[in-house]
Design a binder for this molecule. Structure first.
Ligand SMILES: NC(=O)C1=CN([C@@H]2O[C@H](COP(=O)(O)OP(=O)(O)OC[C@H]3O[C@@H](n4cnc5c(N)ncnc54)[C@H](OP(=O)(O)O)[C@@H]3O)[C@@H](O)[C@H]2O)C=CC1
Ligand SMILES: N[C@@H](CCC(=O)OP(=O)(O)O)C(=O)O
Length: 441
């Protein structure tokens, strides 16, 4: 006979994560009702907590970086993992910027008289508890927490394994800061293992939204294994298309910036498309500029005729996010061919056209399906801070909103509140139905 009192290892494990999620839920339910002033004080306390723990955080990051170097981490990923004094100072300044933003909660979006004495309001409110899984980029934890607190949400974080010590030191400092404020420090939690992620995905009772920042496969894995709504932040296969009417100097500068400014970021370009009529002039110049920055080029057959010394690109290159100093190049015969390539191989993240032809730019911006479609500027602008959102949770690559950099507005929902005085629906139905006034107040 089965002994029903013996807990399975899975249920024992899941109770640990469940307890964490339950604590977060409780803390979040109080956070949801705090005033803007209280939340801003908490955000300032987070900034001060991080400043006080600066040495511990940098020390922890050094340990992560040393371990990652010993494990042979790629250089661009190392740069993403590394948190120097400068990056930490910027991240703390970003926390204070979020504090200065308007409170997204309690905003009246609709205020309408339905009939005399029957009033409808739509009011913004927090989502509840967010589960956010991100890569080994420690300052992401700081940005995410500041946005979560300001938007009245509890947050359960899980960073990439290479950043474990950094994330622990950051979350410890944040909790230390919060402990001096009206926000219960349980509103911010850190998970550290993949097993805990699997448990988290089952906790639909306590968690309202999962945001996985990672590869397409990982985002899909999360979607396939949870009942919790998922806001996917997947890969960035971003392109620049250099049109036949491009300004060559502009195109070179923008291409170089989009590739080398932060090669591991998801908004860096992976493929450069060039119109055939400008390729002979543009390609050798851009290749020289990219070579000066140690970028390896892989070209299609037509590019190889202009640059015989570069490697040949294959079908796989059009589908690859290198996250490194590598760039694929393809020559196309028309704007239509460029758009078609992008809509076929792009990941709907951020795409750019370089052209002085406004009609071509409008066509590109209208027909390319991506969260960001740019004209004559770098794809690296796809970022919450640069958009004026203070910070970002990440860049949503899904079709439904929120799309692109997710700031405060991406972390809220709303509720309808109606107040009447004994109003009933029967009054408005049947032969003598009264009409609604539907007047916005
Ligand atoms: N759109 C956006 O905002 C962002 C997109 N990305 C994209 O993510 C991709 C990969 O980034 P990368 O740095 O390699 O990050 P990874 O996909 O390797 O990891 C991201 C996070 O997911 C976790 N994870 C991955 N697989 C699993 C799994 N099977 N089960 C549980 N947890 C898992 C990792 O945990 P662990 O480290 O413990 O394995 C880590 O916390 C790139 O394409 C990049 O563009 C990245 C960041 C932001
Ligand atoms: N918005 C960020 C890039 C988005 C992001 O988080 O990318 P990733 O480096 O893949 O973690 C930036 O411009 O640096």
């Amino acid at each position: 006979m089965t002994n029903l009192n013996i807990a399975s290892p899975l249920s024992a494990m899941s109770s640990a994560s469940e307890a964490i999620a339950q604590q977060t839920r409780q803390a979040a339910s109080k956070l949801a009702f705090l005033s803007s002033e209280d939340k801003n004080q908490a955000i300032e306390a987070i900034a001060q907590g991080l400043e006080s723990a600066k040495d511990d955080i940098l020390q922890a990051n050094l340990a992560d970086c040393q371990a990652a170097t010993a494990a042979g981490i790629a250089k661009p990923l190392y740069k993403r993992l590394q948190l120097d004094e400068h990056k930490l100072r910027d991240a703390i300044a970003g926390v204070r910027d979020v504090g200065k933003l308007n409170d997204p909660i309690g905003q009246v979006q609709i205020h309408r008289e339905i009939d005399s004495g029957l009033i409808l309001k739509r009011i913004t409110c927090p989502l509840g508890v967010l589960g956010i899984i991100f890569e080994a980029r420690p300052e992401a934890a700081i940005q995410i927490v500041s946005l979560a607190i300001k938007s009245g949400n509890g947050v359960i974080l899980k960073g990439g394994k290479e950043a474990l010590n950094s994330c622990e030191a950051i979350v410890k400092a944040i909790k230390q800061g919060l402990s001096q404020t009206g926000v219960n420090a349980d509103a911010v939690q850190l998970l550290t293992t993949r097993e805990e992620i699997l448990e988290l995905l089952q906790l639909d009772k306590y968690v309202d939204l999962i945001i996985p920042r990672g590869s397409n496969d990982f985002v899909k894995f999360v979607q396939d294994n949870t009942r919790i709504p998922v806001l996917g932040h997947a890969d960035g296969i971003c392109h620049i298309y250099v049109d036949e009417k491009a300004d060559i100097d502009k195109a070179i500068n923008i291409t170089v910036d989009s590739k080398i400014q932060y090669p591991a970021a998801c908004n860096a370009i992976e493929t450069l498309l060039i119109h055939s009529s400008i390729a002979g002039e543009f390609l050798p110049q851009v290749a020289a500029a990219l070579a000066a920055q140690n970028v390896e080029l892989r070209g299609d057959e037509r590019s190889l005729k202009i640059l015989p010394n570069i490697a040949a690109a294959t079908e796989i290159d059009w589908r690859t996010e290198y996250s490194d100093l590598i760039l694929a190049i393809k020559i196309v015969d028309s704007l239509t061919e460029a758009i078609s390539h992008i809509n076929n191989y792009g990941s709907r993240h951020t795409e750019a056209i370089i052209t002085e032809d406004i009609t071509a730019a409008e066509t590109f911006q209208g027909l390319v399906n991506a969260a960001g479609v740019y004209h004559n500027c770098s794809t690296r602008f796809a970022d919450g801070f640069r958009y004026g959102f203070g910070a970002e949770v990440g860049i949503s690559t899904q079709q439904m909103p929120p799309r692109g950099p997710v700031g405060l507005e991406g972390l809220i929902t709303y509720k309808y509140q109606m107040s009447g005085n004994g109003h009933i629906v029967k009054t408005y139905t049947g032969a003598n139905a009264k009409s609604f006034s539907h007047e916005d107040l």
